[in-house]
Design a protein around this ligand. Structure first.
Ligand code: NAD
Length: 374
């Protein structure tokens, strides 16, 4: 499926309106609330790698969620983790038999912590097994896959949330509030970066599992932040990609990509991402009355918000707010939110449509850089 630029703009605007509406609409409390107030949502964690470790630890600090099942290709590893977190051996599944989760009433939802190209398949199979889906970013590796995940969740009448943990994290939310409150005046421009030097053995460097390069994995944080800081959907993109031809890591996916986004109000965002160099994640916004910076912005702890602006009375305000919250707090908040949505029949703040918006933007960025993405 490919969209003309006009179709792209139209679809992105429509999705944007939906996303904003979902965020601004008053949350409706289900009549089931009283019955479900003390219930904990049970999660099956699919894929027991690095991010799932954060998620499993994070969920322990929630009051409404627990890990009740594990899905892994490595039985020994799964049994060790199961013993640590009180998951019964009978609730350990392999990738081949996740459909058996259907009959396990201790599983309400799944958390998909697999390589990018596996997100769509395991989200769709889980939805078909009647389980709500919390899927890691990037939502999928193609736009049609992302759409089919949304369709599958709707058809199965389950909820789908994309794990954009910064949507639930204190410092990023404080920056959004400062901008919405008008502290910076009329927003002018945004700068951001996030990248790292990727080890040669990582699945991230393969087309079959990573899909594409660092934009899918870490650049997506800058893209998503430029959208939530402005509260707008991009009007157009311009981008360059580069891969060192002498570096064998970048035979299949690009090394670096830099892009510029123009938003309808005139804000221009300029962002960089790479798998070739350490690039601490930050995001900076400049407005007519001042600036703010989150640096670091996207790591699991130690975030810091700084800002300088003049208030309405012309008083000079200087903010410096280090965030003392410790990992895995982002995952605690994210899981608690999704469980609350399930328990009280609410729409997640980062539903599948939010993931699809990023996927559609990423396709446009790649198109501008001369890289084809489905
Ligand atoms: P990882 O390599 O540490 O874990 C991947 C897991 O998938 C492992 O348990 C592995 O055994 C399993 N797996 C199943 N089939 C596999 C296959 N064919 N090849 C390789 N692994 C296979 O990866 P990760 O860093 O945990 O990333 C997983 C997902 O989480 C990615 O989509 C990534 O973008 C996302 N992620 C999100 C954040 C965040 O902050 N939200 C941070 C890092 C990664």
């Amino acid at each position: 499926m490919s969209l003309s630029r006009r179709d792209f703009n139209r679809s992105i605007t429509r999705l944007g309106a939906l996303g904003l509406a979902a965020q601004l609409a008053p949350q409706v409390t289900s009549p089931l609330f009283a019955q479900t107030a003390n219930r904990k949502i049970g999660y099956a964690v699919i894929g027991l790698g690095r991010i799932s470790d954060h998620f499993i630890r994070g969920i322990q600090d929630t009051t409404n969620s627990k890990v009740t099942a594990l899905v892994s290709g490595h039985r020994d590893k799964a049994e060790k983790i199961a013993a640590q977190y009180g998951v019964p051996k009978s609730s350990i599944y392999s990738y081949e038999n996740i459909e058996d989760m259907r009959s396990n009433s201790a599983i309400d939802a799944v958390y998909v912590g697999l390589p990018n190209s596996m997100h769509a398949e395991y989200s769709i199979r889980s939805a078909k097994a009647g389980k709500h889906v919390l899927c890691e970013k990037p939502m999928a590796t193609t736009v049609p896959e992302a759409q089919s995940m949304i369709d599958a969740a709707k058809a199965a009448n389950v909820k789908l949330m994309i794990a954009y943990r910064c949507h639930y994290e204190t410092t990023n939310l404080a920056a959004v509030k400062l901008i919405r409150d008008g502290a910076l005046g009329q927003l002018q421009s945004i700068q951001g970066a996030f990248g790292f030097s990727c080890g040669p053995e990582e699945w991230r460097l393969t087309k079959s599992l990573g899909g594409h390069g660092p934009l899918f994995d870490v650049g997506i944080y800058c893209l998503n932040a430029s959208r939530y800081l402005t509260g707008e959907e991009p009007a157009s993109f311009s981008a360059y990609a580069y891969s060192n031809p002498n570096d064998p890591r970048f035979r299949e996916v690009e090394e670096s990509i830099n892009w510029i986004t123009r938003f309808p109000s005139g804000v221009i965002a300029s962002c960089n991402t790479t798998y070739g160099a350490p690039m601490d994640g930050y995001i900076r916004a400049y407005g007519s009355k001042g600036w703010l910076e989150i640096n670091p912005a996207f790591v699991y702890e130690g975030l810091r918000l700084r800002a300088e602006y003049r208030d309405d009375a012309g008083k000079f305000i200087q903010l410096d707010q280090p965030n003392a919250e410790k990992d895995p707090i982002h995952f605690t908040k994210e899981a608690a939110h999704f469980s609350d949505c399930i328990l009280n029949n609410k729409t997640p703040k980062s539903p599948g449509e939010e993931g699809l918006r990023d996927m559609t933007c990423i396709r446009e960025i790649y198109r501008s850089a001369g890289i084809t993405m489905a």
